[in-house]
Design a protein. Structure first.
Length: 337
């Protein structure tokens, strides 16, 4: 119950190094990893400590809305690159960099969710990861890899991370126990080059806080030392796979003609896209009167108007019956438009 080391609980860090070696063949030095209070804190630390106000951040569009808020809080400029089922197109990435540089706004950071992205559920292919990494290196752009959904894979394991492909240089990778254990632990980890780890651990938050949530970290470390951890991950994958399949079947049954949706291979989310012919005015009100809530697409997109015809549907928390009924009600509301 005392303050802990700035880098976090040593036993949990040792487990994470072992886990990454066993699962990904990734050998981490002690000075390449630290604990953080959830991946969201990791985004905040990077934005506050490594970016200056006014610097430009490239983001997938759509992407995680709370990370957009964090970058805006730090007065960063955001430039969206359109997301596709295999990730952003490297050609679009390169064009965005060239155009911004020509305008005197050379991007400093690329923020990406490479696996089962929030909000689309899409993953970036290995080929695109390799090409994007080369482009980022050529232009001196740091990659912030938000990899919190990696373990929620329904089938094949995800491709190698940007961090692994880069040999730990030029990439900061975030992980979290929020998606695999409990968000209330407020516990995650950050992988980076030693110089970046040293910079973050030297900040006031790390120095005065005594490491990220020492009590939670000790509890999680004790659990991860048991044989239950691997079984728990496999059980989660099965549960979320079933929920996703249930949601997809309900969408196929209840969505009006022209409505499209993603088919993720992991994670928590589906992205729904409405046809141009469908009325979107008061759409949230139509959902609300039926007791259904979805996340409007505009809050995930840069610029916001790019998401006006989309919304996110989460299948992670609802029961199978709730998913079936909720999607039926969504279809009913859309049919009014």
């Amino acid at each position: 119950l005392e303050y802990g080391p700035e880098g976090g609980d040593p036993e949990l860090l040792a487990f994470l190094r072992l886990w990454h070696r066993q699962r990904e063949g990734l050998d981490l030095a002690r000075n390449q990893a630290m604990l953080i209070a959830g991946a969201t804190q990791g985004v905040d630390l990077v934005a506050r400590l490594l970016l200056a106000p006014g610097e430009t951040v490239l983001v997938e569009s759509p992407t995680y809305k709370d990370s957009l808020l964090i970058f805006r809080d730090q007065h960063c400029k955001l430039h969206g690159v359109k997301m596709t089922p295999e990730g952003i197109r490297p050609s679009d990435f390169e064009t965005a960099i060239q155009d911004l540089t020509a305008q005197g706004e050379r991007p400093r950071l690329f923020y990406t969710i490479p696996n089962f992205q929030n909000p689309t559920g899409w993953s970036t292919s290995l080929a695109r990861r390799k090409t994007i990494l080369k482009i980022a290196r050529r232009h001196g752009i740091l990659i912030l890899e938000d990899d919190v959904y990696r373990e929620i894979a329904f089938g094949a394991e995800p491709p190698a991370s940007y961090f692994a492909l880069a040999g730990g240089e030029g990439v900061i990778r975030l992980g979290s126990f929020s998606k695999t254990l409990a968000p209330g632990f407020r516990l995650g980890w950050l992988l980076a080059a030693p110089a970046i780890i040293e910079r973050i651990q030297a900040c006031g938050t790390a120095q005065m806080g005594g490491g990220a949530n020492p009590f939670s970290a000790a509890v999680v470390a004790a659990y991860c030392r048991t044989a239950h951890w691997e079984d728990h991950i496999q059980r989660l994958r099965s549960i979320y796979r079933t929920r996703c399949e249930t949601a997809l079947a309900a969408l196929a049954r209840h969505m009006p003609a022209g409505v499209e949706w993603t088919r993720p291979q992991g994670g928590f989310f589906l992205w729904i896209t409405l046809p141009e012919s469908m009325e979107t005015a008061n759409l949230q009100d139509r959902f609300a009167v039926r007791g259904v809530r979805v996340a409007p697409g505009a809050q995930f997109c840069t610029p916001p108007e790019a998401g006006i015809r989309g919304f996110r549907l989460a299948f992670s928390f609802a029961s199978l019956d709730q998913l079936k009924e909720g999607i039926r009600l969504i279809g009913e509301a859309l049919a009014e438009g």
